[in-house]
Design a protein around this ligand. Structure first.
Ligand SMILES: Cc1ncc(C[n+]2csc(CCOP(=O)(O)OP(=O)(O)O)c2C)c(N)n1
Length: 322
């Protein structure tokens, strides 16, 4: 892997982490008028997958979608404005944190309906096929969404038509406060009817950005060649609570040792150490990266604070095609 690619992976993860941290630190001021679901701990998946995509490839995301939006090239100012429900937000202030969209960046939307993006991303893959393009459609979803029957219908259809869809399961082991074992027998989603000839499957360390990126590149190449879909199951963990910020997380349903063990596998810290040991990331480079990201985040929060709220008269806009 080229050193620019490694630095791009690191920058993308670091930027997602710093944005999440700023949201976390300011959330309880109540200026952000939307529930938030932070993806701290899961940055390597968004960064690794999206760096393998072109701007006109598309992604579908879920409620925990800030990382996907940013990694795919979504506009940070518009995202932060959306969290403040301002008219300048990427969904006009009507969507909030769970409904981000940036069509220009190929982010065709996130949804609060668990599993909701799976059939949409599959349909986008069908549209790409019908238009005879070599684009790829990626769907990000959690292990809770993998409990929904629609995943298996969508996988089946994508296999049948050999669609260029990459299903990315971010297996963080928890659905709100239900552990995976209480919802699924075994831990092998591939056993549920997948055809190995038609579906490339991989279970990988979702906290290792390079592994995620290399695997995504293989899945993208397969999709572009017309060979069909892929299912990438990325093992990871959400370090923060399910929703809101620290103070709002009910404690007790997760073992503190489990959280500590996964915190030690922080994808950002591990990759920083790896790049430093390879001599690719030195202190001045990292300091410059941090400064640029910090300035960008401050600018985005200022932009959101100064932006107007949507007009009352627009309340029913965007409900129907005009
Ligand atoms: C169809 C549907 N069912 C239930 C919910 C309530 N709900 C919101 S998030 C969530 C858990 C999702 O877990 P997972 O897909 O693993 O994603 P994670 O939150 O762990 O990232 C649930 C059940 C919902 N939003 N939509």
């Amino acid at each position: 892997m080229k050193s620019e690619t490694m630095l791009a992976l690191y920058r993308s993860m670091l930027r997602i982490r710093r944005v999440q941290e700023r949201i976390e630190s300011l959330y309880l001021q109540d200026a952000m008028k939307t529930p938030v679901h932070l993806c701290i701990g899961q940055e390597a998946i968004a960064a690794g997958i999206c760096l393998a995509l072109e701007p006109d490839d598309s992604i579908q995301s879920n409620h925990r979608g800030h990382g996907h939006y940013l990694a795919k090239g979504g506009d940070l100012k518009a995202m932060i404005a959306e969290l403040h429900c301002k008219a300048t937000g990427c969904s006009g202030g009507f969507g909030g944190s769970m409904h981000l969209v940036d069509v220009a960046a190929g982010h065709l939307g996130s949804s609060s309906i668990v599993g909701g993006g799976i059939p949409i991303g599959t349909g986008i893959g069908l549209a790409m096929r019908m238009r005879r393009t070599s684009q790829v459609s990626v769907v990000f979803f959690g292990d809770g969404a993998a409990d929904e029957g629609v995943l298996y219908e969508s996988l089946n259809f994508a296999m049948l038509k050999r669609l260029s869809v990459i299903f990315v399961l971010e297996d963080n082991r928890w659905a709100v406060c239900s552990p995976r074992d209480s919802r699924q027998t075994g831990d092998n989603v591939f056993l549920r009817g997948a055809d190995p000839d038609r579906l490339f499957t991989a279970r990988l360390d979702g906290n290792d950005a390079e592994i995620v990126h290399e695997t995504a590149r293989a899945a993208v190449a397969r999709g572009r060649s017309g060979a069909g879909p892929s299912l990438l199951v990325c093992d990871t963990y959400r370090i923060m609570g399910h929703a809101g910020c620290k103070a709002q997380e009910p404690s007790g349903y997760r073992d503190a040792c489990e959280i500590d063990a996964w915190s030690d596998k922080c994808p950002v810290a591990l990759y920083r150490a790896k790049l430093a040991s390879r001599g690719i990331l030195d202190e001045p480079t990292e300091a410059a990266m941090e400064a640029t990201i910090a300035a960008e985040i401050t600018e985005a929060f200022d932009f959101a604070a100064q932006s107007p709220l949507p007009h009352d008269g627009d309340l029913h806009k965007h409900l129907f095609s005009e």
